[in-house]
Design a protein around this ligand. Structure first.
Ligand code: ATP
Ligand code: MG
Length: 501
């Protein structure tokens, strides 16, 4: 049993959307403001829920609430005291297709889509940001090249504890800024004092050797041969020691000179290797990389980004556990644009990961046990619903073509794992190419005249009358007709559930 859309011009006939048997269960709903996208999405959500699908609704505007019509588990992400948090550092524990480095790319994508739009210093920032994210994992003991550090043997709770969070990345950045700006002087002072002690000891030793030499000459009845050997030994030691002292003094002077030039004359970065220590667990950090002047400038900017994310109050470890008996609705409406996008991406990628880890849907054992078994006769058991999906996509069409883009990966791969996507947006050309080629069901609702040329381009419909029919309204004055392709690939006008024609 599917969801029926009666044909407008051919009474008695309809187009049936059957999400159980569809080889491609993805759904896109497009239309102008007030066309009924959200309304239709809710009707379909109810239908999917009643068919026993697991639903995950990324609700960026808090418009997809079901008003008690079907049971909902609502996760409200709030700026203050959010009961739920989200962690973009969670990664796929899969040696072949996962690991921290794969997640680094997804986190980079989030930064690019939010803070780094049209940024001039983007290539430099990309390099620094990438390194910072990798180092944030490293601080938590997670290194991509060494899967034994990933936590493959940990349970969910232990893994949550192990993973770094946004606050850790901010701490790392603050540490670098602190060290390089204020910290270097202090650090330099401690080097001087440490080396000063060594120099003092060497100096005392030198005095002792000279004293030994003097005493040797004072012995009255000395055996000249023995004395000469002794003299040579002591003199040799003195020369060695003097060389050590000279070298140490020279190296300190050169560090000091570098430091002064760096601090006051715009000189090169000081030799940080000499200053490295493991205090605060950052001994392995490549200070030299981070202390380059231009890089430091972008690190300061990144600090403000992390500040904005931190103050959103939703990044942490208490990630929500989804329900398998209710609609899961993640309400992100209280968040600002940037953290909202981070949250949406993190949720979408978590759902994708969940299905991926479960395994290929085709190969799951048949049964009715929630989530772990394949419902008999179905191709899909989980839907990810995203309204206003264009807000989560990159600005430029070129970027949107990237196959590695999170939503492109989801749309082209999630079907194998029993997942489907239902996405809503104003016009079909808001959707990346990969979406258009991967969507099984496209429903086009009333489209404003200035968006029509793009809709025509995507649908290939030349006849204007068909678009005029989309202006049909019901008795309450609401648009109620849409366009769908029938089985033979012909676009047809269909009636929405609220059409009372
Ligand atoms: N259950 C309902 N009963 C009656 N009217 C409704 C119902 N749900 C929505 N509407 C009305 O239907 C119209 C379409 O609303 P909807 O929110 O679905 O549009 P939309 O395509 O999502 O627009 P937007 O791009 O602005 O989000 C609106 O006028 C709305 O007030
Ligand atoms: Mg809407």
């Amino acid at each position: 049993m599917g969801f029926e859309f009666p044909l407008l011009l051919n009474p008695g006939k309809s187009i049936v959307l059957n999400t159980d048997t569809a080889q491609n269960g993805h759904i896109a709903i497009t239309g102008g403001s007030g066309a009924g996208k959200t309304r239709l999405a809710k009707e379909l959500m109810k239908h999917l829920y009643e068919k026993g699908k697991n639903l995950h609704v990324v609700d960026v505007q808090n418009t997809l609430g079901m008003n008690g019509l079907v049971p909902e588990e609502v996760f409200d992400f709030e700026v203050r005291n959010s009961p739920y948090s989200i962690n973009p550092f969670e990664f796929l524990l899969d040696e072949k297709n996962g690991g921290p480095l794969a997640q680094v790319d997804d986190i980079m994508e989030m930064f690019r889509k939010t803070f780094m739009k049209r940024l001039k210093s983007a290539p430099l920032m990309t390099a620094v940001l990438r390194r910072l994210i990798i180092d944030t994992y490293r601080k938590a003991g997670i290194v991509d090249s060494d899967p034994s550090t990933w936590g493959l043997d940990l349970n969910k709770k232990e893994m949550n504890e192990k993973l770094p969070i946004v606050a850790d990345m901010k701490e790392l950045v603050d540490y670098i800024l602190d060290f390089v700006s204020g910290g270097y002087g202090t650090k330099f002072g401690s080097i001087v004092s440490k080396n000063g002690k060594i120099l003092n000891e060497w100096h005392n030793q030198l005095a002792k050797l000279n004293e030994e030499l003097r005493k040797l000459e004072e012995v009255a009845d000395r055996d000249e041969e023995v004395a000469e050997a002794e003299r040579l030994r002591i003199k040799g030691e003195i020369v060695d020691l003097q060389q050590h002292i000279k070298g140490n003094v020279e190296s300190m002077v050169s560090h000091f000179k570098q430091y002064l030039e760096y601090s006051f004359l715009g000189g090169d970065v000081p030799a940080y290797e000499a200053l490295q220590s493991d205090e605060a667990g950052y001994g392995w950090l490549d200070f030299k990389f981070y202390s380059d002047k231009d890089r430091l400038k972008v690190i300061r900017t990144i600090e403000t980004y992390l500040q904005a994310l931190s103050s959103a109050g939703v990044f942490g470890r208490s990630t929500p556990a989804p329900s398998f008996s209710k609609i899961n609705r993640y309400n992100l409406s209280s968040l600002k644009d940037e953290p909202r996008l981070f949250c949406a991406d993190t949720i979408a990628s978590k759902i994708f990961r969940m299905l991926y880890v479960r395994g290929e849907y085709r190969s799951l054992p048949e049964g009715t046990r929630p989530f772990w078994e394949r419902r008999p006769g179905t191709t899909t058991d989980t839907y990810l619903v995203i309204d206003e999906i264009q807000t989560l996509l990159p600005d430029t069409a070129a970027e949107a073509r990237n196959k590695n883009l999170l939503y492109n990966r989801i749309i082209s791969q999630i079907r194998n794992f029993g997942g489907g996507v239902m996405a809503m947006t104003q016009t079909p050309d808001n959707l990346p190419e990969l979406f258009l080629t991967n969507i099984g069901t496209m429903i086009i609702l009333y489209t404003a005249p200035n968006d029509l040329p793009r809709v025509k381009a995507v649908t290939g419909i030349k006849d204007n009358r068909i678009f005029q029919l989309l202006e049909t309204r019901n008795s309450q004055g609401h648009y109620c007709v849409g366009l769908m392709k029938d089985r033979s690939g012909v676009w047809q006008c269909v009636k929405m559930p609220w059409a009372d024609l």
